[in-house]
Design a protein around this ligand. Structure first.
Ligand SMILES: Cc1cc2nc3c(=O)[nH]c(=O)nc-3n(C[C@H](O)[C@H](O)[C@H](O)COP(=O)(O)OP(=O)(O)OC[C@H]3O[C@@H](n4cnc5c(N)ncnc54)[C@H](O)[C@@H]3O)c2cc1C
Ligand code: FES
Length: 285
């Protein structure tokens, strides 16, 4: 059965998901694997890399979280959640087998159709590796459909690096040109993780064909300006630079107006915007 999310009442009614496993990625970010409760298992819950879900706990609240898994790996939904407030504090208290509400998928996600056949540069900062993991796994699972895959990831320190063992293992892969850095303190990882901001990794990225390359960026707000400046040096057109941006949201589906900037709903028109969109919108980066 096709799960049509923009049809009422599904739009506002969470379906229940069971936690099947969890592990700490960093001291304050936990990875959760969720599967639909038995009665929802027949639903075909498709999504795109870059989309988000509204996760809820009855009596506590609801918030948007990027989907960190890939639609190529069906049946399981993965999230990397930072403990930061009322809802996430409670989510961190949950055990395997406990339930979470889920609405979605919401947002536009990455325009995969336009990315096919292209060289892809992914630039992640901190928790930005959560939504970009969905895109990364999607490309790795469909490797023949894309050109070069370049991934630059920067975190504050090695303890704050999401999916660190996976990334360190991927450094030897011929499927991806991967470069890792931390702001400070790469002790124990000198051979695999550099020291310095993520912008410092662009020196390794050469021979970019601007007509055939799309860049995808997600990270803390401060990062965008500096990363975009580096990407523009490769002469990429502004609509080939995709920025995954977060804004405070309530409904997630274009009804409440909480996320509006100028005339755009960041929950529907985003969270993925082109740099062209962004320079025409107030206060986005
Ligand atoms: C599209 C999207 C995707 C996201 N993906 C992820 C993800 O993958 N992982 C993840 O961990 N987070 C993600 N977030 C962020 C997450 O939704 C928020 O951190 C959420 O608010 C956490 O809820 P909470 O109740 O635990 O924290 P809150 O109580 O909402 O507090 C969160 C932070 O916001 C501050 N805050 C609270 N209210 C306000 C306010 N009115 N104005 C300004 N600041 C305020 C608090 O001080 C605190 O620092 C995403 C957000 C968006 C919009
Ligand atoms: S979050 Fe309600 S309109 Fe965007």
């Amino acid at each position: 059965m096709k799960y049509e999310y923009n049809k009422k009442p599904e739009l506002y009614t969470p379906i229940m998901m069971r936690i099947i496993s969890k592990r700490d990625l960093t001291p304050d970010v936990r990875f959760f694997q969720l599967v639909p409760k038995e009665e929802y298992k027949h639903l075909d819950m498709d999504y795109k890399p870059g989309q988000f879900m509204m996760l809820s706990l009855f009596g506590t609240g609801e918030a948007p979280f990027s989907i960190s898994s890939s639609p190529t790996r069906k049946g399981i939904f993965e999230f990397a959640i930072r403990k930061t407030g009322k809802l996430t504090d409670k989510i961190f208290e949950l055990k395997d087998g406990d339930m979470l509400g889920l609405r979605g998928p919401f947002g536009n996600g990455f325009p995969i159709e336009k990315m096919l056949g292209k060289d892809i540069i992914i630039v992640a900062g901190g928790l930005g590796a959560a939504p970009l993991r969905s895109l990364l796994l999607y490309i790795l699972d469909n490797r023949e459909l894309f050109g070069r895959l370049i991934y630059l990831y920067g975190a504050k320190n090695v303890d704050d690096m999401l999916y660190k063992p996976d990334f360190v293992e991927m450094l030897d892969s011929d499927q991806i040109e991967l470069f890792l850095t931390v702001d400070k303190g790469n002790e124990g990882y000198e051979d695999s993780i550099e020291e310095g901001k993520v912008t410092h990794l662009f020196k390794y990225i050469t021979d970019i064909d601007p007509a055939n390359t799309i860049a995808c960026v997600c990270g803390p707000p401060i990062m965008y300006k500096f990363v975009v400046k580096e990407i523009l040096k490769y002469n990429l057109e502004k609509d080939k630079i995709l920025l995954n941006l977060e804004r405070r949201m309530k409904c997630g589906c274009g009804k409440c107006g909480h996320c509006i900037i100028d005339y755009r709903y960041t929950c529907i028109d985003g969270p993925v915007f082109t740099y062209w969109d962004v320079i025409h919108m107030r206060e986005l980066i």
